[in-house]
Each structure stands twice: as structure tokens, then as C-alpha cells.
Design a protein around this ligand. Structure first.
Ligand SMILES: C[S@@+](CC[C@H](N)C(=O)[O-])C[C@H]1O[C@@H](n2cnc3c(N)ncnc32)[C@H](O)[C@@H]1O
Length: 297
């Protein structure tokens, strides 16, 4: 896109189709795994339209101003900055969430946990839900939107992250049923609080593996959202140790983890005692992903 302007005689104009093709090739050479999709998302953002709308605009010439925006976005994407941060939002559980560098980008893997939570909570009359490490608020807000009679408390250690979650709570109009609190795991909760569901996608990457993560994640996503201590289980261990004390009898614990941690996590919960029906759910790719355990009545 550093070629002359479309108005120059003899130059092919920079149409939507041509920019998509150029960007796809450029991102592919930069090692991007989904170059065409990323090109479409970035160009749609630069043009202020949806990705689908681009398909009826292929022959339209892109303005110099939009090309300027696109040049900057493509440069940053080629430097491994995730598309979600560049365009400022990400879809999760069919809802749109604002994301910034202060929040983890919601992953499809986490939809497995939310589906279990929403399916179960819908059967209850007034479920109380706790989301520990809420990030963008994607678990808490998806639950509140899909279970209209639920009340949700969402905790995060990072006040900056909670500001983004707060905007997402407003965006999805669930302010009256989602309470956001800042602090370490259960510490900011009032002593009398009890929940029917405790859900968490905690940081669970072992410290030694942080350096091996892809550049997108390693260079751009918050370390606080990823770093699970020496064996990846530092936060999970504290969470499991305390969870049963905050739960109503028969309540359910849902914890996301990395597939290779499955047996360690099941052992952890069984050793903690007071839990029954311990099982592991698989994500859409068939990998062990979510621990489910019910508090003994
Ligand atoms: C893996 S991210 C998950 C974010 C979001 N729930 C999601 O699924 O996309 C973990 C989150 O936990 C937060 N966190 C890390 N340690 C915490 C702690 N001790 N207490 C509360 N939140 C914590 C991080 O700030 C981060 O937002």
C-alpha cells in the first residue's frame, strides 16, 4: 500500500478487493496464521463497516484516509499485535466485548465453561454466581445476559481490567445484576456471601512456559492473566482450597485449565474433600478443559 495513489494514471486503483489481497499476502509473509480473516477484520474496522459488508464492496475504491488507517493497523498486526486489540472488541458466546491491552482476549475454549454454567443456572430460580478473574467480564456478563434471573459477582485483581469489564456490563445492560469488585480471589467479598456457582478462568500457564507462548500472547496480553506460578496451579490451588466455604450446599465449581493439567486438578479437588461428582468437560477441539465439582450437601 505504499504505491502511488489510485488517482495516478496507469495505476490500478486500491479497491477493497486489491487491498484485501495485498494485506493477506503481507500478513502471510509476516507469519500470521489467519491472514485473510485478519485482513478482512482490519479493513472492515478501517472502513467502519462489518466484515460481511466488504463482500458487496469489492470494487469500491478505498479513500486515502481509510488507507492511512489500514496501513497503521497492518503494520501493527505484522508485529504480532492481536486483531482484537487493534479493532478493540471480540465476540464471545455470541456477544460483543470491548477488549484492551488490560484484558485477556476471550477465547472460544472458555465458551465450554459458560455453556455449562448457563445451562445449569437456567434451571434454578435465583442463582447466585461468582466469577473469579473476570477480565473483560465475558463469563459474568454472558451468564447474566443468558440467565435473566441470575445475580453475578465478578472479581479481578486488576482495577484497570475491571474498568473494561464495567464498560462491557453497561454495553450489555446488566448493571443491576452484575457487581464488579476489585481484589485477590475471595478477599473482597463480604463474609456472608454464598454462591450457587463459582466459575473461573484463572491464570494457569506455568511460569517457565510463558517465554514459549506465541508472540501475539507473550508480547501483548497481560502477564497477570496468564502467569499461574511455577506449575501453573498457584491460583487454582488457592481457589479450590477456599471455594467450598463460599458455596451454598449443592453449589457447583467450574474451573478452566490447560489440558495437560486435568489429572493434577482432579487430584487437587478430590484431596480438598467436600466435593462430589467431579468430572472434566472437553472443549470444542476435544481437549480436557473445564473441571466441574459439586459441593456436598
Ligand atoms: C485468564 S484471565 C481470564 C479473563 C476472563 N475471565 C476470560 O475468560 O477471558 C485471568 C484473570 O484473572 C485475573 N487475576 C489474576 N490473579 C488474580 C487473583 N489472585 N485474584 C483475582 N483475579 C486475578 C487477571 O487479572 C485476569 O483478568
Amino acid at each position: 500500500m505504499s504505491t502511488p495513489s489510485p488517482t495516478n494514471a496507469g495505476e490500478a486503483p486500491w479497491t477493497v478487493a486489491r487491498i484485501l489481497e495485498w494485506t493477506t499476502q503481507h500478513l502471510k509473509k509476516s507469519g500470521c496464521e489467519t491472514p485473510r480473516l485478519d485482513a478482512e477484520l482490519l479493513l472492515a474496522h478501517a472502513r467502519g463497516c462489518s466484515r460481511i459488508q466488504l463482500y458487496v464492496q469489492f470494487q469500491e475504491v478505498v479513500s486515502e484516509a481509510q488507507r492511512g488507517v489500514m496501513r497503521d493497523l497492518v503494520k501493527r498486526r505484522a508485529g504480532a499485535e492481536p486483531v482484537a486489540y487493534l479493532i478493540g472488541h471480540r465476540e464471545f458466546f455470541s456477544l460483543d466485548f470491548e477488549v484492551t491491552h488490560d484484558t485477556l482476549i476471550p477465547r472460544p475454549d472458555t465458551e465450554t465453561l459458560v455453556l455449562e454454567l448457563v445451562t445449569g443456572a437456567r434451571r434454578q430460580s435465583e442463582p447466585r454466581i461468582l466469577d473469579l478473574g473476570t477480565g473483560s467480564g465475558c463469563i459474568a456478563i454472558s451468564a447474566a445476559v443468558n440467565v435473566p434471573h441470575a445475580r453475578v459477582t465478578a472479581v479481578d485483581l486488576s482495577p484497570a481490567t475491571l474498568e473494561v469489564a464495567r464498560r462491557n456490563v453497561r454495553r450489555h445492560k446488566v448493571e443491576s445484576r452484575v457487581e464488579l469488585v476489585s481484589g485477590d480471589l475471595f478477599s473482597p467479598l463480604s463474609a456472608a456471601a454464598r454462591f450457587d456457582w463459582i466459575a473461573s478462568n484463572p491464570p494457569y500457564i506455568p511460569q517457565a512456559e510463558l517465554a514459549n507462548l506465541s508472540a501475539d500472547v507473550r508480547l501483548h496480553e497481560p502477564t497477570l492473566a496468564l502467569d499461574g506460578g511455577p506449575d501453573g496451579l498457584a491460583v487454582i490451588r488457592r481457589l479450590v482450597a477456599e471455594a467450598s466455604g463460599w458455596m451454598n450446599p449443592g453449589g457447583t465449581l467450574l474451573v478452566e485449565f490447560s489440558p495437560e493439567q486435568a489429572s493434577a486438578l482432579v487430584a487437587l479437588v478430590e484431596a480438598a474433600g467436600g466435593w462430589q461428582g467431579v468430572r472434566v468437560l472437553k472443549d470444542l477441539a476435544g481437549r480436557a478443559r473445564v473441571l466441574v465439582a459439586s459441593r456436598e450437601s
